[in-house]
Design a protein around this ligand. Structure first.
Ligand code: TRP
Ligand code: SF4
Length: 344
């Protein structure tokens, strides 16, 4: 273990994962979990920053997300999996970072205004929502993470984390925290059923553990190259979301064959989709089976979370002692340290 660099990443609990989440983030986490000492957590406090008025689904979504993580192959023997709100040190470090973070940094954070716009139906003119990146920075540096595997949308948050970290180290004149680097996942975005980005809010998703029948129906209903109207028209696979799926799910020979068949109108869209269905279902079957097994063993999953929390809390506690020391507070009720702090 010694010498391995550490990574940490989190997701807000949005519920069951779709194929876009799988190929956009999780595949990457699974790849990285062996190379790094890895911490992955469900950011349920972050969910509260936007859903404070209707938090009813947070627990359910957290559970669904954890089961999906385990089903796709995050290995609890290899990485540390936990729930943010189970480790209260996140909140304490968030508070300390809040003391040193200029308001202007938060107000000019591009995702702040964007998200407020996008979620106009919610009142996000709150202190908690403005402080979202401060909590995220605390998540990251609490574990002294060296790398943060994220998508492009999260880059401003990692950049803010770096700035807060530098400011902390320089104000208190010690290198308590390493400056974390973003680890960008450079994957082609898997389109949704309609060709736009796959997203829950567009209602164009295939979920990784949904039943075979609905996967079939959804693929059958997918948009294709809009220029290919009749069976006899040639198509362009590059313009077709079905082909984007073939690239991920079909063996490369079959993908090439389908592409050539499309361009020459040798194969029709119905057949093209049938071949895709077989490949997608084959890939998702073991994931769905694993999830079904876990649904029957909730206490086994709870045990994983308990063990993850223990590892996380130990690391977090250690870092927090250093942080308290750095800001001049030291350990609670440690008499000798207290009077050293009191001075003459
Ligand atoms: N903000 C991230 C998202 O929306 C979730 C997150 C919270 C996170 N804390 C983090 C990601 C720490 C990486 C590291 O996806
Ligand atoms: Fe898309 Fe396949 Fe139809 Fe070509 S044949 S347009 S790749 S569904």
């Amino acid at each position: 273990m010694l010498g391995k660099k550490r990574i940490l990443s989190g997701m807000r609990p949005t519920g069951r994962l779709h194929l876009g989440n799988l190929h956009g983030a999780l595949d990457n986490w699974i790849q990285l979990q062996d190379q790094y000492e890895s911490f992955f957590f469900v950011a349920d406090w972050h969910a509260l920053s936007t859903d404070y008025a209707s938090p009813a689904r947070i627990r359910r979504n957290t559970w669904d997300m954890i089961l999906d993580w385990l089903a796709v192959g995050l290995d609890p023997q290899t990485c540390t999996l936990f729930i943010q709100s189970d480790v209260r040190e996140h909140a304490e470090l968030y508070m300390l970072l809040g003391m040193i973070t200029p308001l202007s940094w938060l107000e000019r954070n591009p995702t702040y205004k964007e998200q407020q716009q996008a979620l106009r139906h919610k009142d996000l003119s709150t202190y908690g929502f403005l402080g979202y990146p401060v909590l995220q920075a605390a998540d990251i540096i609490l574990y002294k993470a060296n790398g943060v595997p994220v998508g492009k949308d999260q880059l401003p948050h990692v950049e803010l984390t770096r700035e807060m970290t530098r400011r902390f180290n320089s104000l208190y004149q010690r290198e308590v925290f390493p400056i974390p680097d973003p680890l960008l996942t450079d994957v082609p975005v898997l389109p949704g059923l309609d060709g736009r980005k796959m997203s829950k809010s567009y209602n164009n998703c295939i979920y990784i553990t949904e039943p075979e029948e609905t996967v079939r129906d959804k693929i059958a209903g997918m948009k294709t190259d809009p220029q290919r109207i009749r069976r006899s028209d040639a198509g362009d696979p590059a313009l077709c979301p079905v082909f984007a799926f073939h690239k991920i799910y079909s063996p490369s020979g079959e993908g090439a064959d389908v592409a050539e068949g499309c361009r020459t109108a040798r194969i029709g869209c119905v057949d093209c989709k049938k071949r895709l269905m077989g490949n997608v279902l084959e890939r998702l079957r073991p994931i769905r089976e694993k999830r079904e097994q876990m649904e029957h063993r909730p206490s086994w999953v709870m045990e994983i979370l308990r063990a993850g929390r223990a590892v996380a809390a130990k690391e977090a506690g250690r870092t927090l002692r250093e942080a308290r020391e750095a800001v001049g507070l030291g350990a609670p009720l440690d008499e000798a340290a207290f009077f050293r702090g009191v001075g003459d």
